[in-house]
Ligand binder design. Structure first.
Ligand code: NAD
Length: 296
């Protein structure tokens, strides 16, 4: 049977390791031609190494697929534009962008430095914007549709206390993706975000006492925590069959796929004239308190 992504092309960022690598390998097995981007940094975003992107691309080619490596930094506009240009030069079309590249600089908000804040916002939020911007120019001109899949995180959806920069970046990506869904739908482009759960070197940074008995990255192969488990639902979203779903967030962890609801009003207190402070001191708690669970 022909692959589910036969004839398509994709840019996959952060595809040298972890989840992005598994997405690239499965997309290629499904017939997709893949630009494998990875800067090859440490989890903290330090250093650069061509080996991860080169290895993933070589593995795809060795298995009979088509891939080109790309070693640029997703947060640099020139690098993002270069990825799109390379895909067009190489294969003449761009169908799919999966923004997986990411780093961590965990710190409590009261200890966080400006550099730690900026580095994480830059790679995740600016990086996701950069590739999307240049891809969307192509999609708008070509009018042949497109698939945008961006990586958010439960850290943002639920507010991890030790990751204020990462939580902010990831919720920024969630909002950005929703905005793209609404802006690009008229060109046949879908945009969805993914909150994954898988054992990678990134989750290996969680201290052992909080990670419980979850396997570490090197022991995860074949278990529910295998990053390969994130890839199959992405093939569906990236395929022609996924055209009906846009502007949504899926949690994908192990063998479980969760559709998250989008934000909707919960309870409304409607006034007929400007509120006085005294009126609100009377009405706020009786109206809203029953709906507000304590934040732990
Ligand atoms: N693993 C999880 O459980 C989990 C949970 C929530 C969200 N995520 C998100 O999933 C995505 C993949 O994470 P992972 O767990 O596979 O991590 P990983 O560290 O294994 O892979 C991330 C890759 O991104 C690359 N990268 C970093 N900065 C880059 C840059 N500026 N330009 C290009 N490439 C860059 C790294 O070199 C690395 O190969 C990330 O966006 C992460 O935030 C992962």
């Amino acid at each position: 049977m022909a692959g589910r992504l036969e004839g398509k092309t994709a840019i996959i960022t952060g595809a040298g390791r972890g989840i992005g690598r598994e997405v690239a390998l499965l997309f290629a097995r499904e017939g997709c031609r893949v630009l494998v981007n990875d800067l090859g940094t440490s989890v903290a975003g330090e250093g650069a190494d061509a080996a991860p992107a080169a290895q993933t691309a070589a593995e795809i080619r060795a298995a009979g697929g088509e891939a080109v490596p790309h070693f640029g930094d997703v947060s640099e506009m020139d690098a993002a534009e270069d990825m799109v240009r390379k895909v067009l030069d190489e294969w003449g079309r761009l169908d799919i962008v999966v923004n997986t590249a990411g780093i961590l600089r965990d710190r409590m908000v009261f200890n966080m430095t400006e550099e730690e804040w900026d580095a994480v916002i830059r790679v995740h939020l600016r990086g996701t914007f950069a590739t999307t911007k240049f891809a969307s120019i192509v999609w708008r001109q070509a009018r042949e549709g497109g698939r945008l899949i961006n990586f958010t995180s439960g850290s943002g959806l639920f507010g991890a206390p030790g990751q204020p920069n990462y939580a902010a970046a990831k919720m920024g990506i969630w909002g950005f993706t929703l905005s793209c869904a609404r802006a690009l739908g008229r060109y046949g482009v879908t945009a969805n975000s993914i909150a994954p759960g898988a054992a990678t070197r990134m989750t290996d940074t969680v201290p052992q006492e909080r990670a419980g008995n979850r396997p570490r990255a090197e022991e995860a192969r074949g278990t529910e925590r295998d990053p390969a488990n994130i890839a199959p639902p992405l093939v569906y979203l990236a395929s022609d069959a996924g055209a009906w779903i846009t502007g949504r967030c899926f949690g994908i962890a192990g063998y479980r796929i969760t559709l998250y609801s989008n934000i909707a009003p919960q309870v409304v207190l409607q006034g007929a004239k400007p509120w006085t402070v005294d009126e609100l001191f009377e009405r706020m708690e009786p109206t809203f308190r029953q709906f507000v669970a304590p934040v732990q």
